[in-house]
Design a protein around this ligand. Structure first.
Ligand code: NDP
Ligand code: MG
Length: 382
């Protein structure tokens, strides 16, 4: 039996993690969970999974909720609440499925408490990959990828020597606007951007897929998870999302992982690794029904956010922190219809240009740069 803590239980990855736990009650027990503002769903989840600890985002919701859950579930709130969930004594694994760089402090706390980290929350690795990976090494803690591309690479590396891996090839579906030219992107709406062709995900990552910043964040995520230089991380457009990613070895062999686009597969693998369990879904990959898989070279001028991510990643230090904070803030404005689609990349570029790089930032410096960048975006938009 594995005891699990879950950050972001009410989200897309969070609810699918609970699907996996529900399917395998003899293997997994939810010890603690956090939610943001979706209190109604949180109450249902607590009644079903009976965790001993629940964290909510605001104090106001805490006051409301405390009488709605069984007394066997202790309720906490805010950032300290996230840390309490992440470090729950009985849990051996933390599934970090919270959205955004708010996941950084709880991740570091969980590592210091010796928990295995199943990481979906890519913003944490982008904003402070060096701190997270250094701490994981120091405390001898595993970082297990949940993101489908990174799970694919992780599986393609199983039993191999990472030193013999010559190139990581991330596949990208191209998001909602993959067939449109830049001119056609000027007036696109939030609704159109939220309509992803292959994956059903939370709103922020769906917009990131449309701008292709998601792939940029994933390149940085791959750099940290697999300690691979940016020169050896490539992206190829693959509209079917069947090959989830690949590793090319020095002898020219390429190992890929394939499957239907279903996040419950990589989530479950992170929970069962190094073993496997029966899949939750009966749907299996049917290659003859698919017929063909397609691959296209990436046009960096069309998808500028990917170039920003490579540049910020190569500069290192606080550059990826700025990239991430500017992107999180700009996407939130876009979702509120206060910024147009192409303005997202424009304000990110401005934030990157004005920033003075700190080469090896401390946690405090990362937190300060994240806050400054958000303030800059707020001021430009107002
Ligand atoms: P969602 O928006 O669906 O869910 C986010 C979760 O985080 C919700 O539980 C939300 O609470 C909670 N949350 C948001 N902001 C805060 C905050 N400030 N404090 C505390 N809790 C907060 O996102 P996804 O599940 O789509 O994505 C989660 C992470 O996983 C992201 O980093 C994303 O990039 C990554 N990921 C997602 C994939 C997917 O298929 N969805 C695939 C690969 C990676 P509430 O809803 O209650 O307000
Ligand atoms: Mg992904």
């Amino acid at each position: 039996m594995k005891h699990i803590s879950l950050l972001g239980a009410t989200g897309s990855i969070g609810t699918q993690t609970l699907d996996v736990i529900r399917k395998h009650p003899n293997h997994f027990k939810l010890e603690s969970m956090s939610v943001g503002k979706n209190i109604e769903l949180a109450i249902e989840q607590v009644h079903e999974f009976t965790p001993k600890l629940l964290s909510v985002q605001s104090e106001e919701d805490y006051d409301k909720l405390i009488h709605e859950v069984p007394s066997s579930t202790r309720v906490v709130h805010g950032n300290d609440g996230l840390i309490e969930v992440a470090t729950t004594e009985k849990s051996e694994i933390l599934v970090n499925a919270v959205l955004g760089s708010v996941g950084l402090s709880p991740t570091l706390a969980a590592i210091q408490a010796g928990k295995t980290i199943a990481i979906a929350n890519k913003e944490t690795l982008v904003t402070a990959g060096h701190l997270v990976t250094e701490e994981a090494k120091r405390y001898n803690v595993s970082l297990l990828p949940v993101d489908s591309e990174h799970s694919a690479i992780f599986q393609a590396l199983n039993g191999e020597n990472i030193k013999e891996a010559d190139r990581l090839i991330l596949t990208a579906s191209g998001g909602s606007f993959r067939d449109r030219s830049r001119e056609d992107l000027v007036n696109v709406t939030v609704r159109e951007a939220l309509n992803h062709p292959n994956w059903s995900m939370g709103a922020k990552i769906t917009i990131d897929s449309a701008t292709m910043m998601n792939k940029g964040l994933e390149v940085i995520e791959a750099r940290w998870l697999f300690d691979m230089p940016y020169e050896k991380i490539d992206v190829v457009l693959h509209k079917e999302s069947i090959i989830h990613s690949m590793v090319e070895y020095i002898d020219g062999s390429v190992i890929a992982q394939l499957g239907t686009p279903d996040m419950r597969v990589p989530i479950q693998y992170a929970l069962t690794y190094p073993k496997r369990l029966q899949s939750i879904s009966h749907e299996r990959l049917n290659l003859w029904e698919l017929g063909a898989l397609h691959f296209t070279k990436l046009d960096m001028d069309r998808f500028r956010c990917i170039s920003f991510a490579y540049e910020a990643g190569k500069l290192g230090g606080t550059m990826p922190t700025v990239l991430n904070a500017a992107n999180e803030t700009a996407v939130a404005y876009f979702l509120e219809n206060r910024l147009s689609f192409l303005e997202i990349e424009h304000v990110i570029e401005q934030a990157l240009e004005r920033h003075s790089l700190i080469k090896k930032p401390t946690l405090e410096e990362i937190i300060a740069v994240d806050a400054e960048t958000r303030a800059f975006i707020h001021s430009t938009i107002k």
